[in-house]
Design a protein around this ligand. Structure first.
Ligand code: F6R
Length: 609
């Protein structure tokens, strides 16, 4: 995702900005740019592609000046080209901004700004910010801070925004959802979207909170909220080494990524759901009413996201869906026609089995849509259209945030298809859309310190089990499969995931007093049936670990251990529930001393058959 760097001080800004952006490369990007203030004018250099392209441009046309801002862009709105790269400037070049996040209401703002005579150069959502700030700047009698503050009052969405003006030796920044950290130096100040960019310069850092604004000058900084009231933020002394910094202070990438899920989900959903109108805007150039069947194709965890997708699409849009593991699909001579929509799901966009399956579906005449994380990956070049999940780079081999974002994307697709096909009333759509919009908050709640501590206790209690069984029903049957997959991947404990009702047809033979059985038994129309399956486990002395919705004390009596999860609408509950299972696997593996980021025999991107 986008990277941000800002500098004001005595050093030449160009070097600070480029070295900072290089430290943020791991976040993923497809263009880069800098803007530097010198003698009352701001010069911009920006280039599509790798940072080396920007480096070459700066080598040929270097920029002098000691105040500047820099950006690496991961395209969301508009192609990854030179024009859409940040920074973005007003027509007169006096105000220059960089932005990380998505401005949800940019289309209406853009139309209004155009009507008032503003000319836009790029296709980005971000550029509206520059023009909006320009208007407010004039209205406030040239007060840059106030102009930014008033502008942010008119935008909806997520932002880490950094603004400069040719007439002011200061940098104004603000954040909501997108991260921003400030570095406090001696007579110099820094900003970045992540700590590694700042480590070579200072270890004194202020982590800005949601809704914080900050003004940086040569003499220091001041922080306010979006209402303009002063706030105090403590300065932390960061003693992480470079690797720890990339892990954001967490012990592992996997844990960092588990905690990134509220933000990742926000980025997946943002700008795409309108719970006022019940509409879903996915910007997909395919006709949702032209399909008679849907094939979902993927591998591993992405396949399990597909199983949730099958449930959601069939329930909401009433279209027949089949889900295949890609390695089987490509060799089973599948029935495909021009009325088939093939949806491939992949974090990396490079998994060879999925890529070959996509080609197979295309050969049969299917229209193809990708649910993909990695921009510009091989699959995206062959798909008819792509719905990016915007989860940000996932480095831990075991997929966590990509999974929840994939399920979020499948939910949006189900709603999009349902609305187009008229299988969901506006009222039903609004209810589901508002349940979806609650997801980042619910996942945040699922990661509260008390819940995490409790899951750690349960994980450690059963860490020496030889086998594990995971059960769930309905839309949470795939949650059980994902719980089992996560556990075996990182702890090497043998685990089976089953639809709970299927247990009596085989796996029940495994049950004895040594077998922990995790049952997803959160609020749903199948809860009573699930509890009957729990009784079958108890009757055979299995150890029952129940995942229950907050407040369900009645069913707690059937469990040896209970993990409570936040209550959520049944249709969105797989996203909330799986977080507890990710943590259960994580703490089991760490209790056993396993390397969770690089489990044995596994690769992050499987590009061999
Ligand atoms: C499991 C995991 C793998 C991947 C699978 C597909 O935690 O990460 O099972 O889900 O290899 O990878 P992508 O999504 O990159 O196609």
């Amino acid at each position: 995702m986008c990277g941000i760097v800002g500098y004001i001080g005595a050093r030449q800004a160009q070097g600070v900005l480029v070295s900072g952006l290089a430290k943020l490369e791991y976040r993923g990007y497809d263009s880069a740019g800098v803007a530097i203030l010198d003698h009352g004018s701001i010069q911009v250099r920006k280039k599509a592609g790798k940072l080396a392209n920007l480096g070459a441009e700066l080598a040929e046309h270097p920029l002098a000046g000691t105040l500047g801002i820099g950006h690496t862009r991961w395209a969301t709105h508009g192609l990854p080209n030179d024009t859409n790269a940040h920074p973005h400037a007003t027509e007169d070049g006096r105000i220059v901004i960089i932005h990380n996040g998505i401005i949800e209401n940019y289309l209406s703002l853009k139309a209004e700004l155009r009507a008032r005579g503003h000319e836009f150069k790029s296709e980005t959502d971000s550029e509206v910010l520059a023009h909006l700030i320009e208007e407010k700047y004039a209205q406030t009698g040239s007060d840059l801070y106030e102009a930014v503050r008033l502008s942010l009052g008119e935008v909806r969405g997520a932002y880490g925004i950094v603004v400069t003006h040719a007439d002011h030796r200061e940098i104004v920044a603000a954040r909501t959802v997108s991260p921003l950290v400030m570095g406090v130096g001696e007579g110099e100040m820094f900003l970045a979207s992540d700590v590694p960019a700042l480590l070579p310069y200072t270890r004194r850092m202020v982590f800005l909170h949601d809704g914080d604004m900050v003004v940086l000058s040569d003499s220091g900084y001041r922080v306010t909220d979006l209402q303009g009231r002063a706030v105090t933020r403590q300065i932390d002394q960061i003693d992480w080494d470079a690797e720890a910094a990339e892990k954001g202070g967490f012990d592992t990438y996997m844990l960092k990524e588990i905690y990134e899920q509220p933000t990742a989900l926000t980025n997946t959903l943002i700008g795409r759901l309108n719970d006022d109108s019940g509409e879903v805007n996915l910007d997909i150039n395919l006709d949702p009413s032209s399909f008679k069947r849907i094939s979902i194709i993927a591998c591993g965890t992405a396949y399990l996201a597909g199983l949730v997708g099958e449930y959601l699409i069939e329930q909401l849009a009433r279209i027949p869906v089949e889900v295949d593991v890609a390695s089987e699909y490509r060799y089973r001579d599948p029935l495909v026609s021009e009325h088939t929509l093939a949806i491939v799901i992949s974090q990396s966009g490079e998994t060879i089995d999925t890529l070959e399956a996509l080609r197979e579906a295309k050969k049969g005449g299917a229209k193809t849509l990708g649910v993909i994380n990695a921009k510009g990956s091989s699959m995206t070049r062959e798909l008819d259209d792509t719905l990016y999940i915007h989860a940000g780079p996932e480095i831990g081999v075991a997929s966590t945030k990509a999974y929840t974002s994939m399920v979020g994307a499948m939910l949006m697709l189900a709603l999009w298809l349902a609305r187009a096909r008229g299988t969901l009333s506006e009222a039903q759509a609004k209810e589901l859309l508002s349940a979806a919009r609650e997801l980042p908050r619910l996942v945040e709640e699922a990661l509260s310190p008390q819940r995490v501590a409790q899951i750690k206790v349960v994980a450690e209690k059963y860490a020496h089990a030889r086998d594990y069984l995971f059960l769930g029903r309905g839309v949470n049957a795939p949650t059980a499969l994902e719980g089992a997959l996560k556990l075996k991947e990182i702890s090497y404990i043998h685990a089976e995931g089953y639809a709970a009702g299927e247990m009596k047809h085989g796996p029940i033979a495994l049950i004895d007093e040594n077998l922990p059985v995790v049952v997803v038994a959160t609020q749903s129309r199948l809860l009573e049936k699930t509890i009957s399956n729990v009784q079958e486990v108890r009757a055979r002395a299995g150890k029952v670990i129940l995942l229950l919705s907050d407040g369900d004390t009645e069913n707690a009596q059937h469990a040896d251990d209970v993990i409570y999860v936040p209550r959520s609408h049944e249709m969105v509950s797989p996203i909330v529930n799986v977080v507890a299972l990710q943590l259960l696997s994580y703490f089991t593996a760490t209790a056993l001393g396993k390397d969770v980021d690089k489990p044995r025999n596994l690769a992050k991107s499987v590009t061999v058959e």
